[in-house]
Design a protein around this ligand. Structure first.
Ligand code: NAP
Length: 461
């Protein structure tokens, strides 16, 4: 037997609070980090390793023994070993019988094996009680104590008592156990660490696609067309003018796309006459990432606000303003104030400011720290009612700003519509259909369906 430190006991304050010894198989990165944390929390730790040689990397107060000998010292054994080496456990089946085995392993790819690692371990050692846990915590976070972002430890297992024992350890380490049910949930838990912002993928790719499309569209119409037909070099538009056109357009379309799946869902429910049938997969996924779509839209709207604020600082703008003043001075004539233009510019600015204010409010209420503090009705009021109001204001802002070009032939360069017209298609469609859906006769039927009414009841009395 090798003891790393013979006379220092773990931080167990007194016998009544004495913690059970925990065994960890494997003295790799994770095994060492977890052992270190456990010793700090008062658990005596014994390692089961292929080598009982002491290394100064191993926590000072831990014992290092052979696997069989170490397993006999504890009721809970944490398997800090990669899945591909699990077959070394088969000869230990008798020693491990009745013990709680904690599978903490992860894979390199999503659904790498037909069954989860924890289920595989349970198949190899049917006499042991396998619990999945700790796989979403990294060795680095355990070691450095930076666990703020990942305090939750997902736990699952078929034996309720065994699961409870593991959850007690999780709590003692200052982490929060989340019971995910039976061992069937292990596959899902093993997939968590492999996911890279799953809900953000669609909103990010969509916004990048829209940005690229509208950017090239503007380059073609505002720079290339002007260069070919008007011999003006406006290539510097790439820096601020075009981004300041593209950002509000993308923001408005994304905001409309937050509300579009709700419209589709309502139409599908009205058509089917029931809510007891699943939506198509694409609609389910779209609904789940509405918050992320809204936040990306808010980021684009914020960029638009910043680009607009720096407009007076631009050389092109000061040149255009001074050109106007000089031409008035040369003609010795002051242009009268165009009241219609003054109204239009003040209105679109006011609509934009109000729309942006509501947009920010929507973003703030979607943060978990805020949404956890409002009830469901309040949350729905902000996200649905105020959200639609934000969409109306932002659509009106674009309409007032871009509307003047709709009937002007000069706006149709190469017979293509202006970017503002394109940006209004989705929001206007959403608002028109929503308007129809809130008609009392339609709304009443939709409310009935959402309360369980069915046109053709499945189970008629
Ligand atoms: P590691 O540093 O490679 O350590 C694995 C340990 O397994 C080795 O140190 C060795 O311990 C033991 N081992 C290796 N080959 C073996 C064999 N053929 N037979 C028996 N034992 C063998 O890996 P790790 O990073 O600690 O990860 C261990 C497990 O934790 C993996 O399943 C991983 O998915 C999971 N995990 C790791 C992290 C992390 O941040 N590292 C986070 C979550 C989950 P001995 O030399 O003492 O025998």
């Amino acid at each position: 037997m090798t003891k790393n430190s013979s006379n220092i006991m773990a931080l167990t304050p007194n016998t009544s609070n004495k913690r059970e010894t925990v065994c960890i198989f494997g003295t790799g990165d994770f095994g060492r980090a977890l052992g270190h944390k456990m010793i700090q929390s008062g658990y005596p730790v014994v390692y089961g390793s292929r080598s009982t040689q002491i290394s100064n990397l191993i926590p000072k107060d831990a014992e290092v023994l052979g696997h069989a000998e170490a397993a006999q010292k504890a009721a809970i054994i944490i398997i800090a070993i990669q899945r591909q080496h699990y077959n070394f456990l088969t000869p230990l089946a008798e020693v491990l019988r009745g013990k709680v085995l904690v599978d903490i392993s992860n894979n390199l790819k999503l659904n790498q094996y037909p069954e989860s690692n924890a289920e595989y371990l349970a198949q190899l050692l049917p006499g042991s009680k396998v619990v999945k846990g700790f796989n979403t915590v990294s060795a680095w976070a355990l070691q450095s104590g930076t666990l703020d972002a990942s305090r939750q430890v997902f736990v699952c297992g078929d034996d309720v008592e065994a699961k409870q024992m593991v959850m007690d350890i999780v709590r003692a380490l200052g982490l929060t156990p989340v019971d995910k049910g039976s061992l069937l949930a292990a596959q899902e838990i093993e997939n968590y660490p492999l996911q890279l912002f799953p809900m953000w993928k669609f909103p990010l790719f969509l916004s990048l696609g829209l940005t690229a499309f509208f950017f090239l569209y503007c380059v073609a119409l505002d720079i290339i067309y002007t260069y070919i037909y008007e011999k003006n070099n406006f290539s510097f538009f790439i820096a601020i003018t075009i981004p300041n056109r593209v950002c509000p357009v993308v923001a408005l379309i994304l905001l409309a796309l937050v509300y579009l799946p709700g419209i589709f869902a309502a139409i599908i429910q009205l058509y089917r006459g029931t809510k007891y049938r699943r939506f198509p997969d694409w609609l389910d996924k779209w609904m789940l990432c509405r918050k992320q779509l809204g936040l990306v839209a808010l980021a684009f709207a914020s960029l638009h606000a910043v680009f607009t604020l720096v407009t007076p600082m631009r050389a092109f703008v000061s040149w255009r303003t001074s050109k106007g003043i000089i031409s008035q001075a040369l003609n010795n004539k002051t242009e009268p104030l165009n009241n219609t233009n003054a109204w239009l510019s003040d209105s679109y600015l006011a609509l934009g400011i109000l729309g942006y204010f509501l947009f920010v409010l929507l973003g703030i209420t979607s943060l978990p720290s805020v949404s956890n503090n409002v009830n469901w009705r309040e949350f729905r009021f902000v996200q649905s009612k105020l959200g639609y109001l934000a969409l109306i204001l932002c659509t009106a802002h674009t309409l007032v700003y871009g509307g003047k070009w709709f009937l002007s032939p000069s706006a149709y360069k190469w017979y293509l519509p202006n970017i503002y017209m394109l940006s209004l298609v989705v929001p206007c469609a959403v608002l028109v259909v929503k308007f129809v859906l809130i008609f009392p006769c339609v709304d009443k039927r939709l409310t009935q369906i959402r309360q369980g009414w069915e046109r053709k009841p499945k189970y008629s009395e």
